[in-house]
Design a binder for this molecule. Structure first.
Ligand code: TRP
Length: 358
């Protein structure tokens, strides 16, 4: 079902409303916010990630919010389709981040496996939630349905709790997410609240982080199905202009010559118009009007140009970065050292609050 036709649940609407008022508070005092976001290193970041979240991270960073970006390599190994070359994917991800404007002198880029103290927080946190609560998490439930409880790993099962450690280790108070991740933020809030109630009642130790929902619409893949890194149905940020043209040429459209923006009736065409509109910072209906009677060929030409123009500078920067693997590695190691400092302090405080002084 196209996202545009889905009706928002009351809790989703409440989150959207909270996100709008959060934006105001961020504008008033950006430095009081610390965001933590992450990506699983399972392939090249694509334009769906860019408009869904990466763009927003850069905006928040530039407005003065503290930004922590996690490359979730311990989450990647919960996937059924493990990456054949994780180091390459991790370095590629750092290059993607820097190319689109994440600035390592302001933001902290780090990886799970380089911050042992973060992972150790999983242990005390696991004591604060029940198996049933974890089992109700929609991602865990879906995985359970897909893989079955026989095949699902313990790490996959505990993934939302691990994600709470990702967020709480650095006392992040804001988590920019898509709506699929809202239940994880909810578990994180529960864990923070229970920890505070049990071990630090006089003065809450952990913040209860808030989800900041992206205002961007959910893009579909070029084939009209869900866009995904491993589905080969999007345009990677790092694609060349020619590769972009070839990918867009394969996109699903319809046979009507007149191009109109009708998300319900023509979801694939509307999705392409949305992509061009986002690239050009124009409403998709304006893009449709320009193409008018040009049909699918003109639409695809416009989408290709829009993507190539929007990402030309980032792609050029990325090509330069690609030739400096040592620098990319240094950025990741330095960010991880910084994250480790913070995680070690948090783990120590957690230990003292839970166990007192030995
Ligand atoms: N689960 C997220 C995803 O699949 C990635 C992620 C890991 C994350 N840790 C996080 C996102 C913490 C937000 C906060 O995209």
């Amino acid at each position: 079902m196209p996202a545009a036709t889905m009706t928002a649940s009351p809790s989703l609407r409440a989150s959207q409303k909270r996100s709008a008022s959060l934006e105001q508070r961020i504008a008033d005092d950006p430095a009081s916010f610390r965001i933590l976001t992450g990506d699983r290193p399972t392939g090249a970041l694509h334009i769906g990630h860019y408009f869904g979240t990466l763009h927003n991270r850069v905006r928040l960073q530039d407005s003065g919010v503290q930004v922590f970006v996690l490359i979730a390599d311990y989450q990647a190994i919960t996937d059924r389709l493990a990456s054949p070359d994780l180091p390459r994917d991790v370095r590629g991800m750092v290059a993607d981040y820097l190319a689109i404007g994440i600035d390592p002198s302001r933001a902290v880029i780090f990886a799970h496996s380089l911050v042992p103290e973060l992972n150790q927080l999983l242990l005390p946190f696991l004591s604060l939630v029940s198996m049933a609560e974890i089992g109700r998490n929609p991602t865990v439930k879906d995985e359970m349905a897909a893989a079955g409880s026989e095949a699902m790993s313990g790490l996959m099962f505990t993934y939302p709790v691990h994600q709470a450690a990702d967020i709480l280790f650095c006392h992040a108070n804001l988590v920019p997410v898509g709506k699929d991740q809202l239940p994880h933020v909810e578990i994180t809030r529960t864990i923070a609240r229970r920890f505070n109630d049990r071990y630090s009642p006089a003065q809450p130790y952990f913040p209860e982080p808030e989800a900041l929902l992206s205002a961007a619409p959910l893009l579909l893949g070029l084939d009209g199905t869900k866009m995904g890194k491993s589905r080969n149905n999007s345009v990677p940020l790092r694609a060349s202009a020619d590769q972009t043209a070839a990918l867009v040429a394969r996109a699903k459209t319809d046979s009507e010559r007149s191009i109109t923006y009708e998300p319900e009736r023509r979801p694939e065409v509307a999705n392409l118009l949305m992509i061009a509109g986002l690239c050009r910072e124009q409403p998709p209906s304006d893009v449709a009007q320009r193409i008018d009677g040009g049909g699918a060929a003109a639409l695809k030409a416009e989408v290709t140009d829009a993507i190539n123009e929007r990402f030309a500078a980032a792609r050029a920067r990325r090509a330069e970065l690609e030739s400096e693997p040592g620098y990319l590695r240094d950025v990741l190691l330095a960010g991880s050292v910084h994250a480790r400092d913070i995680a070690a302090q948090t783990l120590d405080s957690v230990r003292r609050l839970m166990h007192g002084k030995y």
